[in-house]
Write a new protein. Structure first.
Lengths: 285, 561
């Protein structure tokens, strides 16, 4: 185990006091330390939003890109260097709204990255509009009559899209969250971990207390290889929302399926010469 | 000798096979070949045609007038007969016409049937053509066996000989030379340039006419060691390429104007994160869906300012397939040296025409990474991605390569370490750091090609793929005694705009004429913006078809004289 302090960043946090991001960040650093990772071996990618500031608050490689576009650079970086531990830390709006198309298709790719969605069911950075996970009837300055759009069910979507690791955590269950993060990072393939966290300023409905009262931990004998059961669990809401690994399976990863990536060193470590083009001239003779 | 034949028919009639075998045969016989395709945006039916021009002299353009028409259908005859030279012929199946005037019908369908497979019609036609031109039959036999090795080579060989038996040799071509040449189009040359430059990742979303870059790289990916990823959209494609470049490899994306419209936000991301990026933008007529399979040069103004905010960028237009190869490789060196996006601007015409080209000289290609010294950083002196330096270029470290050192890239305005800042002072310094790269690039841009007179009365300015037709038009104009002294400047590098040759030649010229495949005269606007020099006349074409040399000549005589 590495010293968790090596992941501390000197950049002062712009998150509000009481924001769920603080606990989430602490869990992330702890998970990486327990996995014996060093800062230079880790890349944290994000889009834009409060959660997307994570790369600044952890001492690791970071790529803080565009709103909704956290996943594509993460994918590019992982393809370039399969030895990097690539983690995407970004919000529910970034992941499921602006970046919805990338979310869908990266599950299909099963590239070996962990995607931690800081899900507070609201837009924080833009000050309180509905996110794709904001619940029905929740009123905001924009949704003055309450949300009328059916909320996204990210875990159900992930299971049906063929994601190979689908889990939910809650910042109020820190030890469990660390375990889930470690499982997601070490899972070979794409791992979605949707993490409940309160937004203390803009979401007065889904408060810390609300999450506490409305979630439960999956029992120890829960079988996470049962896809049908997992799908049922992913739809559970009013009578308690399950925390834990809902679904996990081992399928060939993107890297394992692509011949160029499967064998040999990471692309970034390959020696290249212009001469490699010579072999193709005959196609045009 | 300069011969121009047209093969016309509807999609799905096997024109491509016929053309590709004939053009390759002509090249192997030592001729210069220029093949221009005109396709409708459909998989079956419609009217498509391919023009194969060949000569014992180098060719840089298609041309309008025809010496022979190979008609697969009636529409081909109706459409193209007016362009046929009075001494030229139409060759077709007997059902489209008997031996009358210029139209010569042959029992080609009957030959295919006799060969045992109606699908060998194209091969019978090939036999007829090879014999007509008096080309070598034996080497073509070998090519047929190779091409149809899994699709009844016997029937095809038989059809070929039956076709050849339908005519005598009608032409006495001068012998070709023995030079080694490649018959290649612009997109294939970009793909080869990328391979030579050390690209190991290409992400793109299919969009005509850029797709054939991805097609070629995908076909070669395992052999060349390139991962080709079909992205879910162009936004993903460019962001993937940026992530891959950030992580230290050479990655590239390619698209056409519509896809590039989607990429613009990420173009700014490349610039502000100072991540090298090469994008090939293969233009087609817009806006929106426009003319998917046709050509235009209408994205220059757009590319000059694409992305919100102000960013450094380099734009270079490709002028022919040879240059598409070398400039693609150069683009990566410049992108990495200055840590900014480099845009390669091509168009449908250049992407699709094939021309015989000298084999590329790989000794001219260098892979210059311009990376940070990995030993320069320590706990006391940590690496900072955006460290201030004298020329504004911060050392670029590959993430994961130095223990204890991390690399933080940020799309927000940031400080030296890459952390978000709102400091006015830092903002000013960072803007100067990034935009200052344009001054450095000005030292690197290449002056336009200067063709023709050193003291022109008429100065033509053009860019990109019109280079080929213009080269030939200029030769025609120079032979015309009534036309004043003329020169042309054909721009490759467009941003920053190289101005030395332009300012020098503009002094002697009475008139400057911009020749462009667009409506608004985008090069003329750029020249005026950068130099104050105005073009008095324009020849602008925006019907989706590439201007031919003779068209340029006629337009100039009308405009200028």
């Amino acid at each position: 185990m590495t010293d968790v302090k090596c992941f501390h960043s000197s950049d002062p946090s712009a998150w509000c006091p009481g924001c769920g991001n603080h606990a989430l960040l602490a869990a992330l650093k702890e998970a990486l330390a327990q996995l014996d990772k060093n800062p230079h071996e880790v890349l944290v990618c994000s889009g834009i939003g409060q959660a997307a500031k994570t790369p600044h608050y952890i001492n690791a490689n970071g790529f803080n890109g565009l709103h909704g576009r956290a996943l594509p650079p993460a994918l590019g970086a992982k393809i370039a260097n399969k030895d990097l531990t690539v983690i995407v830390n970004t919000g529910d709006g970034d992941s499921y709204g602006e970046g919805g198309n990338h979310f869908i298709h990266n599950m299909r790719r099963n590239l070996d990255i962990a995607h931690f969605v800081h899900d507070n069911m609201i837009y924080g950075l833009t000050k309180g509009q509905a996110s794709p996970t904001t619940q029905l009837k929740h009123t905001t300055e924009i949704q003055t009559e309450g949300v009328t759009l059916e909320p996204i069910k990210p875990l159900a979507l992930a299971i049906t899209m063929g994601a190979t690791f689908v889990a939910r955590g809650f910042v109020g269950e820190k030890e469990q969250l660390i375990v889930l993060m470690k499982a997601a990072i070490t899972h070979p393939g794409y791992a979605l971990l949707d993490i409940f966290q309160p937004c203390v300023v803009f979401n007065k409905v889904n408060t810390f207390q609300w999450y506490k009262e409305n979630t439960y931990t999956l029992p120890e004998d829960y079988d996470s290889s049962d896809k049908q059961q997992a799908l049922q669990k992913a739809f559970e809401w009013e009578d308690g929302i399950p925390l834990g690994i809902l679904y996990q399976e081992r399928k060939p990863t993107y890297t394992e399926q692509r011949e160029v990536l499967r064998e040999g060193p990471a692309l970034v470590d390959r020696k290249l010469s212009p001469e490699r083009a010579a072999a193709f001239f005959d196609d045009f003779r | 000798m300069d011969h121009n034949l047209l093969i016309g028919g509807s999609a799905g009639q096997g024109m491509d096979t016929l053309s590709s075998m004939l053009e390759r045969h002509l090249m192997r016989q030592g001729y210069h070949v220029f093949v221009h395709k005109d396709y409708m945006s459909r998989v079956r039916g419609g009217h498509n045609f391919i023009q194969i021009r060949f000569s014992d002299q180098p060719l840089t353009s298609h041309r309008h007038s025809l010496d022979l028409i190979v008609a697969m259908d009636e529409a081909t005859i109706e459409e193209h007969l007016p362009r046929l030279h009075p001494e030229g012929f139409v060759l077709c199946d007997e059902k489209l016409g008997q031996k009358e005037d210029q139209i010569h019908g042959f029992p080609l369908e009957a030959s295919a049937k006799e060969a045992g497979n109606p699908k060998t019609f194209t091969t019978a036609f090939l036999g007829l053509l090879v014999k007509w031109y008096g080309l070598d039959l034996e080497t073509m036999e070998g090519m047929i066996i190779e091409a149809f090795h899994d699709k009844s080579p016997e029937a095809n060989l038989k059809a070929f000989h039956l076709g050849a038996g339908l005519t005598d040799a009608r032409m006495d071509l001068p012998p070709g030379d023995t030079e080694d040449r490649l018959l290649i189009n612009g997109n294939q040359a970009i793909a080869l340039g990328a391979i030579a430059a050390g690209v190991t990742f290409y992400s793109a979303y299919p969009m005509t006419p850029s797709t054939s870059i991805m097609n070629y790289l995908a076909a070669k990916q395992n052999e060349a060691g390139i991962v080709v990823e079909q992205a879910e959209d162009e936004i993903a494609a460019i962001n993937m390429a940026i992530g891959a470049n950030y992580a230290g490899i050479r990655a590239m994306t390619g698209t056409s104007g519509g896809g590039f419209s989607l990429m613009t936000e990420a173009l700014g991301l490349s610039a502000i994160t100072e991540t090298p990026l090469v994008v090939a933008e293969v233009q087609r007529p817009g806006p929106a869906t426009g003319f998917p399979t046709r050509t235009e040069q209408s994205d220059l103004s757009f590319l000059l300012t694409a992305s919100h905010g102000e960013i450094p960028r380099m734009i270079t237009a490709l002028r022919n397939p040879e240059e598409s190869f070398y400039q693609t490789a150069r683009a990566f060196n410049l992108a990495e040296k200055y840590q900014l996006p480099v845009l390669l601007l091509s168009d449908q015409y250049l992407s699709d025409y094939t021309v015989t080209t000298e084999p590329f000289d790989l000794s001219r290609i260098t892979i210059e990474r311009h990376l940070a010294d990995e030993g320069a950083y320590s706990e006391e002196q940590p690496y900072q991605r955006y460290a201030w330096t004298e020329n504004g270029i911060s050392p670029r470290l590959i993430p994961g390569k130095v223990s204890g050192q991390v690399v933080l890239a940020d799309s927000d305005e940031h400080d030296e370490a890459g952390h978000i800042t709102e400091s006015a002072e830092v903002r000013i310094k960072m803007m100067k750091k990034r935009m200052g790269k344009m001054e450095l690039l000005k030292q690197k841009v290449e002056e336009p090609w200067h063709l023709g007179s050193d003291n022109p009365k008429i100065l033509l300015v053009a860019w990109g793929s019109t280079a080929g037709p213009l080269q030939e038009a200029l030769q025609l104009l120079q032979k015309d005694k009534d036309f004043p002294d003329v020169a042309a400047l054909v721009f490759g590098d467009l941003w920053p705009l190289p101005v030395d040759r332009l300012e020098k030649l503009a002094k002697s010229a009475m008139s400057i004429v911009n020749i462009e495949q667009n409506y608004t005269g985008q090069l003329a606007k750029l020249i005026r913006q950068e130099t104050g020099i105005a073009c008095q006349y324009s020849y602008l074409k925006y019907d989706g078809r590439q201007m031919a040399p003779q068209e340029i000549v006629e337009a100039l005589k009308k405009e200028v004289l």
